[in-house]
Design a protein around this ligand. Structure first.
Ligand code: HEC
Ligand SMILES: [Cu+2]
Length: 348
């Protein structure tokens, strides 16, 4: 299945179980599914059978005078009641485990914005989406050690946290979901929420944003990479970033810097490099083309790019909405804007 392609696929309905709690959750779900199917068969099957068996066959048929039956009424209330209480208690126990945070957990901070995840480790290591040497976007990859509890402390921030007076730039609700671990938690602006899991399988697992009211949550992909403790320690203190080979770049140092800003300033969440539209227009072939905006036709040159980056709402590209892109005036230096422009020029 496509959603489990990041790890070894196994189950038909759900991705492989990457944590101990996923076995328990799948147990509850299977129980609910199977008991619902059985109830359905008894109820609907019984109904059909009664319709057939007690069909009025002639005008002499009289309905028996039945007012009630204590035993039956007690049973059809008490049996479902026991079933529901059983499911409630079972769910309570598992939920309680999921909310009891182990003391020795490795803590990782998760910061969401429109439309990307960022992972921060205590030693200052930061993971964002990146552009690999093939020019493709690599989703941010959170690396964690196997067999050890991990606690995520999550928050949602503005696209442009340094700037306060942009009316369009508001943090939004997200939902952090790792299907293979069976854990999901809302990420709420203005407060911290938390989540923990203990990965039991080495491998790569997808992270999705399961919040669907908003333009591009569907596109907020990330990965959890579960590795051995040794490999984790080496990664945490080392320079290497997942998916990015830092060797021989053909970009000029300035464009190289622009490429980093493209990832770190969240442009990556809205502007693709491969021609497909995201929340904003793609950067592919942008420089030099003629763009149609609400102010008419414009040739895309350095000045147009500068204006588009610093004051996005000065002109709106056809087919896109005003107020989606934050204003970067006051948060990007001239040199940073130049670097971004140099980078955009290289995306042919
Ligand atoms: C939340 C999404 C979002 C983010 C983040 C974002 N943009 Fe945009 N951007 C848009 C949208 C939507 C448009 C089209 C509407 C408009 O013209 O304002 C756009 C337009 C542009 C354009 C004009 C494109 C064209 O086809 O004419 C440029 C250049 C641009 N953005 C650069 C950037 C850069 C550089 C960054 C990061 C520093 C960035 N954007 C961050 C959403 C975003
Ligand atoms: Cu989201």
């Amino acid at each position: 299945m496509w959603w489990s392609s990041a790890a070894n696929a196994s189950s038909v309905f759900m991705p492989p179980q990457g944590t101990a709690v996923s076995t328990q959750i799948d147990g509850i779900y299977s129980f609910l599914l199977i008991s619902s199917v059985i109830s359905f068969i008894i109820l609907i099957g019984g109904m059909c059978w009664f319709v057939f068996k007690y069909k009025r066959r002639s005008s002499n048929d009289k309905t028996a005078y039945i007012t009630h039956n204590h035993t039956l009424e007690f049973l059809w209330s008490f049996i479902p009641f026991c079933l529901f209480m059983f499911v409630f208690a079972w769910g309570w126990i598992v939920y309680h485990q999921m909310r009891a945070f182990p003391e020795n957990a490795l803590e990782v901070h998760v910061v969401a914005k429109k439309w990307a995840w960022r992972f921060l480790y205590k030693n200052g290591k930061e993971v964002t989406a990146e552009v690999n040497d093939k020019g493709e976007i690599e989703p941010p990859t959170m690396v964690v050690p196997v067999g050890r509890p991990v606690k995520l402390i999550m928050s949602s921030e503005k696209m442009n946290p340094a700037k306060n007076d942009d009316p369009y730039d508001r943090p939004v609700l997200h939902s952090f979901y790792i299907p293979a671990f069976r854990v999901k938690q809302d990420v709420v602006p203005g407060r911290f929420t938390a989540l923990w899991f203990q990965p039991e399988k080495v491998g790569d697992f997808w992270v999705f944003c399961a919040e669907y009211c908003g333009a591009s949550h569907y596109d907020m992909k990330a990965r959890v990479r579960v590795v051995s403790q040794d490999e984790f320690d080496g990664w945490l203190t080392g320079e290497a970033r997942p998916g990015v080979v830092t060797a021989a770049s053909t970009l000029s140092p300035m464009a190289q810097k622009g490429k980093q800003l493209y990832a770190s300033k969240a442009c990556i969440g809205c502007h693709t490099l491969n021609g497909s539209p995201g929340a904003g227009p793609t950067f592919k072939g942008l420089f030099g083309k003629t763009e149609t905006t609400d102010k008419g036709q414009v040739k895309v040159d350095e000045n147009y790019l500068r204006e588009s980056i610093l004051n996005a709402n000065a002109q709106i590209v056809n087919g896109y909405a005003k107020g989606q892109m934050p204003q970067f005036a006051g948060t990007l230096s001239d040199e940073e804007v130049l670097s971004l422009i140099e980078f955009i020029k290289t995306i042919k």
